[in-house]
Design a protein around this ligand. Structure first.
Ligand SMILES: C[S@@+](CC[C@H](N)C(=O)[O-])C[C@H]1O[C@@H](n2cnc3c(N)ncnc32)[C@H](O)[C@@H]1O
Length: 417
């Protein structure tokens, strides 16, 4: 395990006072704030070097630009980034999502907005010129379609968000051709209750100018230690790519387990007021809900079993159940003594070690639950790249990522490949 080390910086008294004031404004200790700002700057510098690039247009560096709608914490974008794409603009209605996205994808322009209020001209203003992305990706909120939501309502306004997505896509595609789009959601969308709606969404995507494909994929078949079936709609520009055909990514052979992913981690910090994430062991997200219930600790909670509605204890030697938590329903650690830490849930979602979620505990539970696992996003990005005949991304300056920040926990090492 890598040991933490200190960095000393010489400052004048007035510079130090300025740093302290800025950090205090954000409610952070100066070291935490400075670490974040320094890492963000370094990631921005390294971004063009540690990200695989396509050799397009002879430039050797051009990476197809994406618009990311409903960007959340950026799980889907992270997968596309690893496959050589670059998110140029990312937007979400939630400020914790946008802050987290900005922190981890400093190359992108990020902003908070309701998708219903977006137009190509608004995107141009934020982009700083006419915005003509190569592709558009996004998964609208799934709660209104989820079978685990027992309070589904037919007039839920969230049902219309896929139509807002299709409308914006159509407007952008009319102006300058978009090569592809990707839409993600829960399998509940395929159920009888939403059948009409689903057909309408697909029709609107077709009318936007795309040949539409669909697939139900389970993350566990793509190197993710988690059962997470999701619906994907992929659209390929019908005029620009008349002969192209999208095929779902082929499933891999390897099934990754909870043990492969989180065994050996030190105990996380329990949630409390005034904590400094920079002092957490292993990772600034390695904290968990306080195990207040008496069920923890008296051997009630057994591997692989459910106790009541909200105590699901993970099995060591199987993939996790879906990481999709209500406020207090984070899965129980296989040892049964507490719930998972946010960092453990991030690893089950295949976020790379250097990824960090911002916001309070409640926000982080939401963010980690809603993300597309980056490894699944990567497999889909690869399948789209192949369908469009783009050359394979080549890894420039191989090893730059791991040189930048070594994993501090052996189980995370393979997340850096
Ligand atoms: C399923 S999550 C997206 C996760 C993301 N694709 C990822 O991989 O990290 C859906 C997101 O839609 C956002 N959202 C909900 N309503 C919205 C609206 N009206 N406009 C824009 N974003 C919205 C939510 O805040 C949430 O982050």
């Amino acid at each position: 395990m890598e040991r933490d080390s200190k960095l000393m910086i010489r400052l004048s008294a007035s510079e130090k006072a300025l740093l302290e004031e800025t950090a205090a404004e954000q409610g952070l200790k100066v070291a935490s704030w400075a670490r974040r700002v320094l890492l963000r700057g370094a990631k921005a510098e390294m971004g063009s070097e540690d990200t695989p690039a396509y050799g397009l247009n002879g430039s050797g560096r051009a990476r197809p630009e994406l618009l990311s709608l409903f960007c959340g914490p950026g799980g889907l974008d992270e997968g596309f980034r690893q496959a050589g794409f670059r998110t140029a603009l990312a937007t979400d209605i939630d400020k914790d999502c946008v802050a987290t996205f900005r922190h981890n994808h400093p190359e992108a322009k990020t902003f908070t907005a309701d998708i219903a209020a977006l137009t190509p001209r608004k995107l141009d203003r934020i982009y700083g010129g006419e915005f003509a992305p190569f592709g558009v990706i996004g998964g609208p909120p799934c709660q209104s379609f989820s079978v685990s939501n027992v309070h589904q309502k037919d007039d839920d306004p969230r049902h219309n968000l896929p139509l807002a997505y299709a409308k914006l896509l159509k407007a952008l595609n009319r102006r300058r051709p978009i090569s592809f789009f990707l839409f993600e959601n829960v399998p509940g969308l395929l159920g009888p209750r939403h059948k009409e709606r689903y057909l309408r969404f697909k029709e609107e995507f077709q009318l936007a100018g795309f040949k539409v494909y669909e697939a139900l994929l389970d993350a566990k078949d793509y190197g993710v230690p988690q059962e997470r079936p999701r619906v994907f709609i992929v659209g390929i520009n019908a005029k620009a790519y008349p002969g192209a055909e999208w095929l779902p990514p082929p499933p891999g052979d390897e099934v990754r387990t909870v043990r492969d992913t989180i065994a050996g981690l030190p105990e996380p910090v329990h949630n409390a007021k005034g904590l400094d994430p920079e002092t957490f062991p292993v990772h600034p997200n390695h904290w968990c809900l306080v195990p207040k219930s008496r069920k923890f600790g008296n051997a009630n909670l057994k591997e692989g079993q459910m106790f009541g509605r909200s105590f699901r204890t993970l099995r060591w030697d199987a993939p996790s159940w879906v990481v999709a938590y209500g406020h207090r329903e984070v899965h129980v650690h296989p040892r049964g003594h507490r719930r998972l830490s946010i960092y453990e849930a991030m690893l089950l979602q295949t976020f790379p070690h250097q990824y960090e979620l911002l916001g309070n505990m409640t926000a982080q539970v939401r963010l980690v639950s809603e993300a597309v696992p980056p490894r699944l996003g990567f497999s889909i990005a690869e399948s789209i790249r192949k369908a469009l005949g783009l050359p394979a991304a080549r890894q420039e300056r191989k090893g730059a990522t791991s040189r930048r920040k070594e994993p501090r926990h052996p189980a995370t090492a393979d997340l850096f490949t």
